[in-house]
Ligand binder design. Structure first.
Ligand code: NAI
Length: 327
């Protein structure tokens, strides 16, 4: 048996946390021979709820769960962690503008970035889920100067998985057969789900669909607006599917993406595909040996370029409104 890995989850008393921590403890993320120690962070008001979650974790008697720590202190939560999943964030309150939300959450991610910088393992893998995820990830990264940009990522995987399912349903093919999907840009309704490169059984999805109007008028908006639809149906935002996406994201980052495929991850832009450095942007990436790299040399249509720039501009606006929060 391997020695335990330390996994921090913030906002662990929340909805996503409640779906996430049990699956991590069950070995769905790091494998069935990898013990884990959970380091769970929430705010003081949520600690009573978190204690209930811990009781349930104990009651599962998970063989791989080697320890659980709960705290309201980011430094304690991130000490020596291998994996940090930053889910906790302030929800948008009544009358709150998007800018106010950015500001309120920005403050959280400054502290958490600093705490990661101080205490996490140097090879820590950080995933930011709490919204606005891309910009929060940028703030955390900028406040963790002793870590590498490659330690940080934000979650586009839920959007990626939603896109795969839309295509599988349209073609009547198993979702596992769909490869090379991309969701570019921001995790917001400006994201660009791009199926121009997607394949199934060696055929191009776009050719099989053979219906550009479906792509533009159904597929793209369906993926962009799926979160809102879930809220309307459930009265609560996506939680189990978000937790599942977070598990997929970290598992692939640790173990590698499957052959002849890639995944979408929010990562620091490096100038690829005309997206200048300085934002966290959803790119197609291949994960290998614990790292990731952007898939190079994809041919990008004019239509795609325009959509990719629109989602980039939104990220620049978000970044510029919280510039003062960068370390
Ligand atoms: P929730 O409101 O049920 O739970 C949030 C938890 O975070 C609460 O327990 C709260 O006490 C905690 N929290 C607040 N401030 C904190 C801080 N400073 N430190 C630690 N914990 C803190 O929300 P839910 O549904 O679990 O969603 C969490 C976040 O994930 C939200 O921002 C949501 O918008 C985002 N999200 C992102 C997705 C993505 O694809 N990137 C998909 C779905 C949700």
């Amino acid at each position: 048996m391997n020695s335990p890995m330390r996994v921090a989850v913030t906002g662990a008393a929340g909805q996503i946390g409640y779906s996430l921590v049990f699956r991590i403890a069950a070995g769905d993320m790091l494998g069935k021979d990898q013990p884990v120690i959970l380091q769970l962070l929430d705010i003081p008001q949520s600690l009573p709820t978190l204690k209930g979650v811990v009781m349930e974790l104990e009651d599962c008697a998970f063989p791989l769960l080697a320890g659980i720590n709960i705290t309201d202190n980011p430094e304690t939560a991130f000490r020596d962690v291998n994996i940090a999943m930053l889910v906790g964030a302030r929800p948008r309150g009544k009358g709150m503008e998007r800018k106010d939300l950015l500001e309120a959450n920005g403050a959280i991610f400054i502290d958490q970035g600093r705490a990661l910088d101080e205490g996490a393992r140097r090879d820590v893998k950080v995933l930011i889920v709490g919204n606005p995820a891309n910009t929060n990830a940028l703030i955390a990264m900028r406040n963790a100067p002793s870590l590498m940009p490659g330690n940080f990522s934000s979650m586009m995987r839920l959007d990626h998985n939603r896109a795969l399912s839309q295509v599988a349903a349209k073609l009547g093919r198993p979702v596992a057969g769909i490869r090379k999907m991309i969701v570019w840009g921001n995790h917001s309704s400006k994201q660009y789900p791009d199926l121009n490169h997607a394949e199934v059984g060696g055929d191009k999805v776009a050719r099989l669909v053979n219906d550009p109007a479906w792509v533009e008028d159904h597929f793209i908006p369906a993926v962009q607006n799926r979160g809102t639809e879930v809220i309307e149906a459930r009265g609560l935002s996506s939680a189990a599917s978000a937790a599942n996406a977070a598990i997929d994201h970290i598992r692939d980052w640790v173990f590698g993406t499957r052959e002849n495929d890639w995944v979408s991850m929010g990562i620091p832009s490096d100038g690829s595909y005309g997206i200048p450095e300085g934002v966290m942007y959803g790119f197609p990436v291949v994960c290998k040996e614990g790292g990731y790299h952007i898939v190079p040399d994809l041919e990008i249509s004019e239509f795609s370029k325009e959509k990719m720039q629109a989602t980039y501009r939104e990220l620049v606006d978000e970044r510029d409104s919280v510039k003062h929060l960068f370390g």
